[in-house]
Design a protein around this ligand. Structure first.
Ligand code: ADP
Ligand code: ZN
Ligand code: ZN
Length: 827
């Protein structure tokens, strides 16, 4: 009869945990240590799976209620046993288990998939136990030495202890080199004679090989396998680490080597450790003396930290007001109180930027976590944090799950960014999770932004978050002047539409003369938005999605930005065979080409996902721009954020109103934020800056208030609409999507769900739909959508959790229904 039973969360899309017994063979090694938070390997259906223990008890579970992990229809399933315990310590500390349970409840996400998102990657990381002799241990050794005769046991103990005795010749190094009998050593640890700590074994190899297709390659005849490699490196994704390439292309290492020898591939080594970022070497951090506003904000944060309780604050500071300095000061205060800190940034590129500043200031105790890291590397950083080797974690969304203990501060920079919302299960928002984690830890949550989300500003006005403001730029630099270019008027004057308006072209020409720099933002990749038939008016659409394909000229492809489907541009309309096809809408590639035509002598670069694929390339482009080696930088919103360029005096925004046309309640907010952020890129140095915003809707309030950089007025106007139309922050919102390859199924399940939801109308949940989703077809699935709104979050939560139970009871496939609580977008 086993002594213990565990509830294990497994990475399967089911909303329950599974019960396993701890076999005696394991108990022997565990010595009664608790299992909560530890990763275990268990049998599940016919496979072995890694899960995490959420609870344990001495009583066997009520068999009739227990969920069978065995599958099948057995009446009283036998409880299966844990096969293996993976790590010497609990992977998840107790606070993170609580956090995971909250996420699973709040976002109605399967518990196992939630915890999978919180655990380190399943790669082997070697943990070693390092022992040292305690004072009690050396006293005991001395006592044994006094004795005339020793029992066998005592002799063995003395021998083992002596190996860790620094007084012995070579004592320490011998103890380390020879294998230690762990069971015996652990027994001595329990008696207090040895101290133990877990360390990670560091591997020597710290670089990985990156391969790229060599466009200047001598003509090599490509066989099918070589073609796979070319495909993987060119149209699919760009340069890749060797192991990823092999997996992606499905070829063996020798195929890659052969191509490399033939000169078709070029390769280089990239460091694996963010701590060894090549940018770090010649970097001296700015040493700024805080101004009065920064000091006042920091003093307030100090007070919250000293109080040692949960507090949430919004640091609302205009672009260029020096929020980063306040963050750094707050981290310093946190460390000085013996606590640790997490800094979330909205994208991988910013982990480099911010990570560098933080490392320059606080040295080695910094870990960087983001999804762009190779699994092994992420696992290593993760365990470094878990073992207490890092006290500050800088990372993207999922770094909110960093296994730090004793957290005193969580910073969320650019808290309004939609990249904090995960668009797959579990669909959590990193910002809101940060606030909840701070609450659990009794820590300070500090949200920073120049353009706070409506939700956060609403919370600040309501007194839920405390509001700190930085109202002016550092050293009283003026905000950039914003000029709106009315494209309708331009067209009336010019009678032709160019990729860049005449006003913007002239402004760029001026910068080239002055020898300062310009940035041009165009939030669309590719050359043309779509290919249209003049015969029938149809756009060439994706085969799998209800969306027009984007034309990429350099690759000569039409591509779907949703599913990756791509074809050669057809000469004739696929619908009516007309030969009159033409391209509509200019993207970043076209804008770059146009600027090259207009300014043949200028040094122009483009920064978007088509031109930069690796961290290294991204750094190279931005580094060159920062050094003044580029005159004009064209890019998508990648260029809009965070970076601090001193010689940029002009920012042009092409098609600024693109987002306004989308059927999304956040369209105005997104537009306002983007324009304000990008305006913040101009005039950050000594030189003052100008921003040109091209639009067909110059009178729209999002554009007007962004031009005036007037957040408060924008908030007021937008809040009015949200209140009127029952949207967040005045209502809790959720979307439920029903999807299937077969349209009949999607319709049938939607109808059934509609019937299930109907009674909730009376309980204060407004139910819209089912209606065809804005993307009615995506990756071959037909999609129908419900939108649920309620002033009562608890009832909304009940309706959603109940809906999933209903779907399970009616055997809808697990993938057919997607629930999104607090969705970032409805389109
Ligand atoms: P924000 O994030 O608020 O837009 P940053 O934190 O990036 O602004 O700061 C903008 C620039 O101002 C940076 O170059 C930073 O080094 C500088 N800076 C910050 N604080 C001060 C200060 N007190 N005096 C002078 N320069 C400062
Ligand atoms: Zn046609
Ligand atoms: Zn598609």
């Amino acid at each position: 009869m086993p002594a213990r039973y565990c509830e294990v969360a497994l990475p399967v899309p089911l909303r329950s945990t599974f019960t396993y017994a701890v076999p005696e063979s394991l108990e022997g090694k565990l010595n009664g240590q608790p299992l909560i938070g530890r990763r275990v390997v268990v049998p599940f259906r016919r496979r072995a799976m890694i899960g995490v223990v959420l609870a344990e008890s001495a009583k066997p579970p009520d068999i009739t209620r227990a969920v069978s992990a065995g599958g099948g229809a057995a009446a009283a399933p036998a409880i299966r046993e844990i096969a293996e315990v993976m790590d010497p310590v609990a992977a998840l500390p107790p606070k993170l288990i609580e956090l995971g349970e909250w996420i699973s409840r709040y976002y109605v996400a399967p518990v196992g998939e939630t915890f999978r998102a919180m655990l380190p990657p399943d790669v082997e990381v070697r943990h070693d136990r390092e022992y040292s002799l305690t004072e009690a241990g050396s006293a005991y050794l001395d006592a044994l030495a006094q004795k005339l005769t020793l029992a066998d046991e005592e002799r063995e103990e003395a021998e083992l202890l002596r190996r860790f005795d620094p007084r012995e010749a070579e004592g320490e190094s011998r103890g380390r080199r020879k294998r230690v009998d762990e069971a015996a050593a652990e027994a001595l640890v329990r008696r207090g004679y040895l101290a133990a700590r877990n360390v990670l074994r560091h591997r020597q190899a710290r670089t990985q090989k990156i391969l790229a297709w060599n466009p200047a390659a001598p003509a090599v005849k490509l066989d099918a396998r070589a073609e796979e490699v070319r495909e993987a490196l060119t149209s699919a994704s760009g340069p890749l680490p060797l192991h990823v390439l092999i997996a992606k292309a499905g070829v063996s290492r020798s195929v890659v080597e052969r191509l490399e020898n033939a000169g078709a591939l070029s390769s280089w080594d990239e460091p694996l450790t963010p701590g060894e970022d090549p940018w770090d070497t010649d970097f001296t951090p700015p040493s700024n003396v805080l101004n009065a506003e920064q000091n006042a904000a920091l003093a307030e944060i100090w007070r919250w930290l000293v109080a040692g309780k949960f507090a949430a604050g919004l640091l609302h500071g205009v672009t260029g007001s020096g929020k980063t300095e306040v963050y750094l000061g707050a981290i310093e205060a946190t460390l000085s109180r013996g606590k640790s800190a997490i800094v979330l940034v909205p994208e991988i590129a910013l982990t480099l930027w911010v990570g560098r500043l933080v490392r320059a200031r606080f040295g080695e105790h910094v870990a960087v976590l983001h999804s762009g890291l190779h699994d092994t590397e992420r696992a290593r950083e993760w365990w470094r944090v878990r073992h207490g080797e890092a006290r500050i974690v800088v990372g993207t969304r999922s770094a909110i799950f960093a296994p730090l203990e004793n957290v005193g501060l969580i910073i969320v920079d650019e808290e309004q960014e939609s990249s904090y919302k995960q668009e797959e299960t579990p669909r959590y928002n990193g910002r809101d999770t940060a606030v909840y984690r701070a609450r659990l830890e009794g820590a300070v949550a500090l949200l920073g932004s120049a353009t706070p989300s409506l939700e956060t500003y609403h919370n600040a006005l309501a007194g839920k978050y405390q509001l700190l403001q930085l109202t002016s730029r550092v050293e009283n630099r003026p905000l950039a002047a914003v000029r709106i270019v009315d494209l309708r008027e331009e067209f009336r004057r010019q009678h032709r539409a160019t990729p860049v308006s005449e006003s913007l072209r002239a402004a760029i020409a001026l910068r080239l003369e002055e020898k300062t720099q310009a940035m041009v933002l165009i939030n669309r990749r590719g050359y043309s938005w779509s290919l249209m038939c003049r015969g029938c008016g149809a756009l060439v659409q994706c085969e799998n999605c209800s969306i027009a394909l984007t034309y990429h000229k350099s690759r000569q492809r039409l591509e779907c930005h949703y599913c990756g489907y791509s074809i050669r541009p057809p000469k004739q309309c696929p619908k009516c065979n007309s030969e009159y096809m033409y391209y509509v809408g200019d993207g970043a590639e076209r804008v770059e080409e146009y600027l090259r035509e207009q300014f043949p002598a200028a040094r122009i670069a483009r920064l978007d996902r088509d031109t930069v694929r690796t961290k290294r390339e991204y750094q190279q482009v931005l580094g060159a721009f920062a050094k003044g080696e580029i005159d004009i930088l064209v890019g998508t919103q990648m260029v809009a954020k965070g970076h601090d360029f001193q010689r940029v005096t002009l920012v042009g925004v092409v098609a600024a109103d693109l987002a306004l046309g989308r059927p999304d309640f956040r369209a105005a907010e997104k537009t306002f934020q983007l324009l304000t952020q990008v305006a913040g890129r101009a005039g950050r140095g000594e030189l003052s800056g100008e921003v040109l915003v091209e639009t067909y809707y110059p009178e729209h309030y999002a554009i007007q208030y962004a031009a005036q950089q007037d957040y408060a007025s924008f908030y007021e106007k937008e809040a009015q609409f949200r209140r009127l139309l029952h949207y967040p922050p005045f209502m809790a919102l959720a979307s439920v999507l029903v999807r299937d390859r077969k349209v009949e199924n999607a319709i049938r399940w939607s109808r059934a769900l509609a019937a299930y939801f109907a009674p909730f109308e009376e309980r204060g949940v407004k139910i819209l739909g089912p209606a065809a989703a804005p993307l009615a077809r995506l990756r071959r699935d037909y999609r129908f959508q419900f939108v649920l709104k309620s002033p009562h979050r608890a009832i909304l939560g009940k309706a959603l959790a109940g809906a999933l139970d209903f779907c399970a009871a009616n055997q809808f496939p697990e993938t057919a229904v997607i629930v999104d609580v607090d969705p970032a977008t409805l389109s």
